[in-house]
Design a protein around this ligand. Structure first.
Ligand SMILES: Cc1cc2nc3c(=O)[nH]c(=O)nc-3n(C[C@H](O)[C@H](O)[C@H](O)COP(=O)(O)OP(=O)(O)OC[C@H]3O[C@@H](n4cnc5c(N)ncnc54)[C@H](O)[C@@H]3O)c2cc1C
Length: 295
């Protein structure tokens, strides 16, 4: 097995173009497990750890450009303000050791439906883009188009993930995850939720309850309609139990989970409805407080 160690981003792209079957490695928290279990026998490993650009982020006030290899520990420490949903999701990943190594680029590269970044990225809105590059150029892939199937994404063989572009939060965001224990656990299912008062929309993301991470489109549309038609964006007034209940039901209906070792499909649907109601209630309470304190 060849081991390629580019020192720069351009060298990394050139190496990937020359060796399209080379397996990129960033934190290695997925790659090394799969190598140890002999899931893959790649012809070559492409080590991205010397490419320092991948561990940098920028914030222009509207969008955070998050380098693919910024580890979860730094997302929690440095980006909880602008990216609260993603930071909450990052807190639930693995253990301190895993959070020091693993990052969002690796989560996207692995494209597991159980990856914890995905519900938070989907909930962050429709303007989340994966910046993918090759020697042929750069393309900005909308997050909704990125996931193709179980552990499959839309990257071409010569492409690498450079960064993820995520709008700075303009309202409360939440993330909820159910596991078979409290830490070091793959999600039985997970849910991300965000309020976007600036454009009057809401965002959702379902994890581990369908072949790919996905949003609950009808639930988003229903809630957006209620908040707009009843003037709730302006008042921050109570939502009403029936709205919260209906939102939970629509999230549940958007999932298509399977029975597996971690949980049954029925349990996942039930849990999603509960998480949807809770995250909506938490966010709406925070939003109401913000509106009242600004008045
Ligand atoms: C003990 C343990 C606990 C874990 N717990 C969780 C958890 O709670 N939640 C969770 O979501 N995940 C968990 N994981 C999985 C893993 O930590 C995450 O998926 C993490 O985000 C992977 O990031 P990484 O940098 O280590 O990726 P790597 O292992 O380096 O790579 C993962 C995949 O992405 C590809 N890749 C990496 N960087 C790029 C790039 N720049 N461009 C293109 N492809 C790229 C690799 O080729 C590979 O296919 C756990 C893993 C372990 C071992």
């Amino acid at each position: 097995m060849e081991f390629l160690r580019p020192a720069t981003w351009d060298e990394a792209l050139a190496a990937k173009a020359e060796n399209p079957t080379a397996l990129p490695i960033a934190g290695g928290t997925d790659v090394m497990v799969e190598l140890n279990f002999d899931v893959h026998r790649p012809s070559a490993i492409l080590d991205l750890n010397r490419v320092t650009e991948l561990t940098e982020w920028t914030n222009d006030g509207a969008v955070v450009r998050l380098g693919a290899s910024v580890p979860y520990a730094r997302i929690i420490a440095e980006l909880s303000g602008p990216l609260p949903g993603l930071a909450l999701a990052a807190r639930t990943v693995g253990s301190p050791q895993i959070r020091n190594r693993g990052g969002v680029g690796g989560n996207l590269g692995a494209a597991s439906p159980a990856g914890d970044s995905h519900p938070a990225l989907l909930a962050a809105g429709r303007d989340v883009f994966v910046e993918a590059a090759s020697v042929r150029g750069t393309r900005m892939i909308p997050i909704d188009d990125f996931y193709l199937g179980v552990k499959r994404n839309c990257l071409a063989a010569d492409e690498l993930i450079r960064a993820v572009h995520v709008p700075v939060a303009d309202g409360p965001q939440q993330f909820s995850k159910i596991g078979t224990r409290n830490a070091m656990v793959i999600a039985v299912c997970a849910f991300g939720f965000a309020l976007h008062p600036k454009n009057g929309t809401v965002g959702t993301g379902i994890g581990s309850a369908a072949p790919t991470p996905r949003r609950a489109v009808e639930a988003e549309e229903y809630l957006r309609g209620v908040l707009t038609e009843r003037g709730l964006w302006e008042s921050g007034g109570p939502l009403g139990a029936e709205v919260v209940q209906r939102f939970g039901e629509l999230v549940k209906a958007a999932a298509s989970p399977i029975d597996d070792v971690r949980g049954t499909a029925d349990y996942r649907r039930h849990a999603l409805a509960v998480m949807a109601r809770r995250t909506l209630t938490w966010c709406w309470n925070d939003y109401g407080r913000q509106i009242r304190s600004a008045a």
